[in-house]
Write a protein that binds this ligand. Structure first.
Ligand SMILES: *[C@@H]1O[C@H](CO)[C@@H](O)[C@H](O)[C@H]1NC(C)=O
Ligand SMILES: *[C@@H]1O[C@H](CO)[C@@H](O)[C@H](O)[C@H]1NC(C)=O
Ligand SMILES: *[C@@H]1O[C@H](CO)[C@@H](O)[C@H](O)[C@H]1NC(C)=O
Ligand SMILES: *[C@@H]1O[C@H](CO)[C@@H](O)[C@H](O)[C@H]1NC(C)=O
Ligand SMILES: *[C@@H]1O[C@H](CO)[C@@H](O)[C@H](O)[C@H]1NC(C)=O
Ligand SMILES: *[C@@H]1O[C@H](CO)[C@@H](O)[C@H](O)[C@H]1NC(C)=O
Ligand SMILES: *[C@@H]1O[C@H](CO)[C@@H](O)[C@H](O)[C@H]1NC(C)=O
Length: 842
């Protein structure tokens, strides 16, 4: 029962502890399952029992399967998805008289039941058992013969597709098994989005909205990968998973699995309409997102709900249109926007009954408060607009006003009207694009500026407001005077060497002028500029998605606060005011921003070779310190140019270390947008092997390549391939594998070629050839597939300082597979050739 001493996770963990007593994986006729019990699979990987999903409706209980050993509640299958029980205390999961497994209300009525195959007449209630397997599959079979499956949960996939499961199409019945999203965060009822095999019979998956509208396709299976999603391939070139398509007379299905037994992976049809792949990472105790499609969030139909506005590439995909607010605000924090937005103020035309009375007494008020329109430029028009034969903007507006259900109009030569809920609004679209332009959104007059009525009542309100404002100003001046002294005292006490200061939330509000100057947004939250009273500029990071308790947070942060190294960003203080949205970290401010900015041409000047070399060396020193010198070894987990900041003298400082543990959400979000699982991620993240400091070494190596080349390793097409100028490339397949920079470098080294040709062309050859060669070799060693072949960061430092000789690195073969597959994304047509080149070599 030691597990009960873990951080409180409410009912769930309590149930797990009770379950541990029962320690059985089977429901039999004489052993039903009640709310206080849990089935645990024989290898203790999965558990089955009653649960209440996080964020779910109070009093709604479900029977489901989750990971037994994972502290973050993660249901992978739910029995009674659409039929929660409220009388959990008296409900039972039991074998029904007809041999099915059923969930009984206290009254004896059935809330949910399996629909077992009707083949064997031998199985009756006393003879039937339900067993939870270590794969997460719940299997109903005769007690006398476990291999005769009567029903199994793997044939009734919910929103999660586990390794070993099948997404199949039964060719005899035409039945299709797909993943169906939850209706909303906390609500397992079947939702709007599904992923399934193409009903037309083509060997591909389709994503469907409302079971009908296709919005993404994987492309046909070539036998090795999907043409439209090449990162999902038959095997991952050594990192341990296999993906298989089976197609025979009876059925066709895909299935996948991992060579390493301990890998915990799941594909989920997410509420957001994206299909997502998640790995559990023990080191960080968090789910790590490694796959998400479609990458374009705004491509998901109705993804932001009614009156939600989607912006591609924004930190949060959805926002409410002006004049609207989220219908389910709590869910927005979980990236669930499906419930959309509601009006802040009712439209005038909708206030019929009350107004018909008031307008007779106060005539004219109706007209003045008439609904207004908000112009939204650069908006993609929803496609359900209706044209009316009106030949002017004014006429179009009048036509919309005439119908209370009309919620927007647009005029681009013809007049379009939209009725009811507006769906699929997308902002930030160029006006020159077809089907985009200025949309006029109907709002209550009070939502728009300049809508003030001249009624005396309003003047009175204004006067009162002014009075209050004056009082507030006067009071604040007094208050500021008195608190400034105290604050100044506290804030001035802040100098290097003081360790980590604990701030009040109001202090930080004050320092940042109420978070007015946002200087960045990363995986962990937004960053604001602030100024201490002695004019020291600081960066204040507002953490998002924190999952730790107050005490743990303070403990972690104090540890981070003690870390001091010239190449690590220094934490000056923190704020932990109880509330989850009041967790902030205060850092020294880096005037030259992050490295990606300078490398990838967002500035006017080019970083010289000397600076680049020093940046590479400095980052290596910083990471070596994190890995070896700190009291507890810290794995950064997210080394990339965005997390390397430059001070006024362009000396590098590594940022965001230690936060993965603190926040633990999908800190690899950025990585997924960079070509699926490849980017800066070490292969062991994918294979589920233990994550060590060598994972950072890998990411560091990838970053070194970018420092040399001045472009993203996976960036293509923007600039002519380096090789095509040096060699005469023929054919797409050659191009495909040769444009992956790390591979280029490795091959060039192997054939003793001139690596100077690979240098960022912007430097015009102005670099030390010996240093360049050394950096190339070090980077190639860092990205070796074999963890043990990679050097430690300490060794990297010695190599870069020229203290040790660098041997010739082998060409990482697995890269050829990844590079080839990646290139496939941009050069679809040469699938056949790629098979021969990229895959032929492994
Ligand atoms: C199962 O078989 C019995 C008798 O053979 C029949 O009455 C019943 O309708 C069948 N049920 C289903 C679901 O096919
Ligand atoms: C159920 O099946 C078992 C084993 O086949 C048999 O012993 C038992 O008599 C059956 N019970 C009923 C009610 O048919
Ligand atoms: C058990 O079930 C399997 C699959 O239905 C069948 O092939 C096998 O003959 C059965 N064994 C016994 C002992 O009934
Ligand atoms: C995919 O395969 C199906 C049949 O297997 C074929 O009809 C279809 O044209 C293929 N699609 C593409 C894009 O090649
Ligand atoms: C995986 O683990 C199970 C027990 O949980 C064991 O029986 C099986 O042999 C393992 N498979 C591999 C490939 O290690
Ligand atoms: C306005 O009137 C219609 C029909 O008379 C009625 O259905 C609707 O509920 C009314 N709306 C309000 C807000 O009173
Ligand atoms: C006006 O918008 C409609 C609807 O999106 C579009 O189909 C049409 O091409 C546009 N017309 C012009 C002239 O841009």
């Amino acid at each position: 029962m030691a597990a009960c001493a873990l951080p409180p996770l409410g009912v769930l963990l309590a149930l797990l502890c009770v379950g541990a007593v029962r320690a059985a994986d089977t429901v039999t006729a004489d052993r039903p399952l009640s709310v206080s019990q849990t089935l645990v699979s024989s290898g203790r990987k999965f558990a089955l029992g009653f649960f209440q999903p996080e964020g779910g409706a109070a009093g709604s209980w479900y029977v489901g399967i989750w990971y037994h050993n994972i502290a973050v509640q993660t249901p992978v299958w739910v029995a009674n998805r659409g039929a929660p029980v409220s009388d959990a205390a008296s409900s039972r999961l039991a074998i029904a008289p007809d041999g099915n497994l059923a969930l009984f209300h206290g009254s004896g009525s059935i809330a949910w039941s399996t629909t077992k195959a009707n083949t064997s007449g031998t199985a009756n209630a006393t003879d039937t058992v339900a067993v939870l397997l270590d794969s997460g599959n719940l299997v109903l079979s005769p007690a006398s013969n476990a291999s005769a499956v009567l029903w199994q949960s793997f044939d009734h996939v919910g929103d999660t597709w586990l390794p070993g499961g099948k997404l199949r199409r039964d060719k005899r019945t035409g039945e299709i098994q797909g993943m169906v999203s939850w209706r909303a965060h906390g609500d397992p009822a079947p939702g709007m989005y599904s992923l399934q095999l193409d009903p037309s019979g083509a060997p591909q998956y389709v994503l469907l909205a409302n079971g009908a509208q296709e919005y993404w396709l994987t492309g046909n299976w070539t036998g090795k990968f999907f043409t439209g999603a090449p990162e999902v391939a038959a095997s991952s070139g050594g990192s341990g998973y296999s993906f298989e398509f089976v197609d025979n007379d009876e059925e066709s299905y895909f299935t996948y699995n991992f060579a390493v037994n301990s890998t915990v992976y799941r594909f989920v049809m997410d509420v957001s309409g994206q299909v997502k792949g998640w790995f559990w990472v023990e080191a960080t105790q968090a789910w790590n997102l490694v796959y998400a499609e479609p990458k374009a969030r705004c491509a998901v139909p109705r993804g932001c709900g009614a009156f939600g506005v989607c912006t591609e590439g924004a930190a949060t995909a959805c926002d409410c249109a002006r004049g609207f607010r989220p219908r389910s605000p709590a869910n927005w924090g979980f990236d669930d926007f499906i419930d959309g937005c509601v009006r802040n103020a009712q439209l005038q035309c909708a206030k019929n009954s009350t107004d018909s009375v008031s307008s007779s007494t106060a005539s004219g008020s109706n007209k003045e408060a008439q609904d207004k329109f908000l112009r939204m430029d650069g908006t993609r028009f929803p496609d359900d607009g209706r044209t009316v034969g009106v030949a002017s903007t004014g006429g179009c507006q009048t036509a919309c006003l005439a119908d209370c259900t009309c919620s927007a109009y647009a005029y681009n030569g013809s007049c379009f009207l939209w009725y009811g809920d507006l769906q699929n609004l997308e902002a930030g679209v160029g006006d020159d694009q077809a089907g985009a332009g200025s949309l006029y959104l109907r709002l209550a007059a009070s939502e728009l500026p300049g809508a003030r009525s001249h009624k005396w009542r309003n003047v009175k309100i204004a006067a009162t407001a002014l009075g209050i404002a004056c009082f507030v100003v006067a009071a604040s001046i007094l208050l500021v005077r008195t608190t400034r002294k105290r604050r100044t005292a506290r804030l001035n006490g802040l100098t290097a060497g003081d360790g980590c200061v604990s701030y009040k939330y109001s202090d930080l509000q004050y320092l940042t002028k109420n978070f007015a100057d946002k200087i960045g947004a990363g995986a962990f939250g937004s960053v604001f500029k602030g100024q201490l009273s002695d004019s020291t500029v600081v960066a204040v990071k507002k953490l998002e998605g924190l999952r730790q308790g107050e005490k743990q947070f303070r403990a972690e942060v104090s540890t981070l606060g003690t870390i001091q190294h010239v190449n690590l960003i220094r934490m000056l203080g923190f704020c932990s005011d109880g509330a989850a949205d009041r967790k902030l970290l205060v850092y020294e401010y880096m005037p030259n921003g992050s490295l990606d900015h300078h490398l990838f041409r967002k500035t006017f000047y080019v970083l010289s070779w000397q600076v680049r070399y020093q940046v590479g060396l400095g980052v290596a020193k910083g990471l070596a310190y994190l890995h070896e010198r700190c009291r507890d070894c810290i794995i950064h987990c997210d080394v990339k140019p965005e997390n390397i900041l430059l001070d006024a003298a362009f000396a590098p400082k590594v940022a965001d270390f230690g936060l993965a543990k603190l926040v633990g959400r999908d800190f690899s979000r950025v990585i997924t947008t960079m070509r699926g699982t490849i980017g800066y991620l070490a292969p062991e993240w994918i294979s589920g092997e233990a994550i060590t400091t060598k994972a950072d070494v890998f990411s560091y190596g990838m970053t070194l390549f970018e420092i040399m080349s001045g472009r993203r390793n996976f960036e293509q097409g923007e600039r002519p391939s380096v090789v095509s100028s040096a060699e005469d490339t023929t054919g797409a397949e050659e191009q495909a594998t040769t444009t992956f920079f790390p591979l280029l470098v490795a091959r060039r080294l192997a054939e003793e070629g001139d690596v100077m040709e690979l240098l960022d062309p912007e430097l015009e050859g102005d670099a030390d050839p010996e240093e360049m060669r050394r950096v190339c070799k070090v980077a190639c060693w860092c990205i070796q597939h074999d963890v043990d072949a990679r050097p430690t960061m300490e060794e990297v430092v010695q190599m870069l300082e020229g203290l040790t000789e660098v041997e010739m690195p082998p060409v990482p073969q697995y890269l050829e597979v990844l590079a080839g597959r990646h290139a496939q994304e941009s050069t679809y047509h040469s699938a056949q050739q790629l098979d021969e080149t990229a895959y032929g070599s492994v």
